[in-house]
Each structure stands twice: as structure tokens, then as C-alpha cells.
Design a protein around this ligand. Sequence first.
Ligand code: ADP
Ligand code: ZN
Length: 297
Amino acid sequence: MSDSPLYGALEAGGTKMALSVLNDAGELLERTMLPTRTPGETIPEMIDWFRGKHIAALGIGCFGPLDLLPASPTFGSITATPKPGWQNVPVLDMFKKALGVPAAIDTDVNAAALAEARLGAAKGLSSCLYVTVGTGIGGGLIIHGQPVHGLVHPELGHMLLQPDPRDPAPKGFCPYHTSCLEGLASGPALQKRWGVSARELSQDHIAWEIESTYLAQMCVNAICCFSPEKIILGGGVMQQSFLLPKIRSKAKALLNNYIVSPALNEELDDYITAPGLDIHSGVTGAFLLAKQALAAE
Ligand code: ADP
Ligand code: ZN
């Protein structure tokens, strides 16, 4: 065996788990996917897979909400998820105990944001916001080079928005909130509102005018609240590449020249942008968490 350590990276999602092994340079050596069943089934399967891999540390980017308060007795647990069986599962502790290696956990989007900040579209910057627009909407915020946790951790997908007057479902579809971002603009929200999957909506459909208005409102709220040096938009819905220019121009109009920065004018195309790591932000983020865990040991 070589002296340079191997790292485990777990992208824990509500529908699937992606397990990877990477070398010290961040090159992917092995990868497998497992469906997310109950914790009693899926966690032992994942532990078994990692067990034979000689990893020196594990990083976990996990669906939430998570307890990320270092002083909390349940640090590293999933908390109040609607996902059956996963409430209060001490994910971090279970892996640490079973594998006997240093491990670190953060939200899936904070991990992706960390990767984009260190190695992707926001490389060289000390702050950025990464937002995924997919089955859900989530945002990871990096400030001073580190993910923001705070009270719990940001739940950017549930920020409240102003409904578009053209929206036939202005309350959205979140079971918790009226007119929140995820309830209005996630992939499933598009499907419920228009009766066809987001993938099948034609480019000239009014759906995309409304969708880009909501995502532009989110960008404006984030710019006004956090002043990130870059906003990175990923996830399945953003595969519709014509959305990015629409979001940029609407965000600019909503800001109405109030905030003075080249990023919001001549550099706007570079400011609200696609991920630099393509679809690899998640695995790269979990890898960086594993490296941090080993370094902290
Ligand atoms: P997840 O959020 O589950 O990790 P994705 O980011 O791929 O996975 O998001 C899945 C959602 O994105 C689905 O609701 C799907 O309808 C939507 N989606 C996936 N691909 C596209 C596409 N090419 N165009 C529009 N919507 C898409
Ligand atoms: Zn909500």
C-alpha cells in the first residue's frame, strides 16, 4: 500500500447514496450508488462498502436538517427530516464508530459550496453561495472560506418570495410554508403546477418566465443579505441553460442599480454562474471534509 492516504466521500441524499474513494490528489478511484432505504438497512450497507477500502478519513455531505452545533450531544445527527425512519439518526457517530477513522459532516449543499469555493467557480474568493435547484432547493453559504452554520444551518430553499401574478399556483407546494422558494421553484413544483415534468416544458413556456423570476428574487435576497462574491446555480432544473441569462437580467432589474459593483453590471455573466465542477461539487465537497477531518486529528 502507498503511504499517501485514501479518503471516503459520502453524498447522502434522500433517494440515493453515492459512495466514493479518492486519493490524496482528489482523483476518483471507486464509486458506487445505493438506494436510500431505512437507516437500519442502508447504513450497514454503506459501512460494509467503506470497510474494505482502507480509507484514512471520511467526509459526509448529507441531506438535512442536521445538528451541526459542535457543543451539542447530538452533533452530526439528522434532526427533523420528513424522510421516514431517518429522524434523529446519529449519522456521523455511526460511521466514526464503525470505521474507526476521523470523519466530518456538513449539509450536502455546504459541502458542494465548499468545493466550489476551493476548487470550482469561486476558487480564489473567500465567499460564495451555491444553490441547487432540483428535487428540493438548498443553498450552501461560504463566508471567510468556511460554510456558515449559525443557529442551525441556512435553509435557503425555504425563504419566502413574492408570488408572480402570472403563477396559477402562487402558494407553491411546500407542506410547511406559503410561497417559499422550494415550494414555488423546485423540479417537483414545476411538475405539479404545469402537469408535465420540468424536462418536457418547452423553452418558450411561461413556466420559465415565472421560474426565472423566483430564482432572481432568491439571488437578490442573497445579495442583499450576505453579499457573496459569487452565486453558483446547479441542480437538475438548471440543466435548462437558457435559465441563467434570464435569472441574471431579472436579478439586475430587481436590484435596480442600488448596489454598486462590477459583479452586478459588466461582470454579471461571471457573477451568477454555473458550477465550475459540473456535477462533481458534491463528491469533491465530501472529499474536502474528509481531508479536513484528517488534518484536524
Ligand atoms: P436531486 O435534487 O434529487 O439530487 P436533481 O438535481 O437532478 O436531483 O433534480 C431532480 C429534479 O430536477 C427533478 O424534479 C427533475 O424534474 C428536474 N430535472 C432534471 N433534469 C432536468 C432537465 N434537464 N430540465 C429540467 N428539469 C430537470
Ligand atoms: Zn418551505
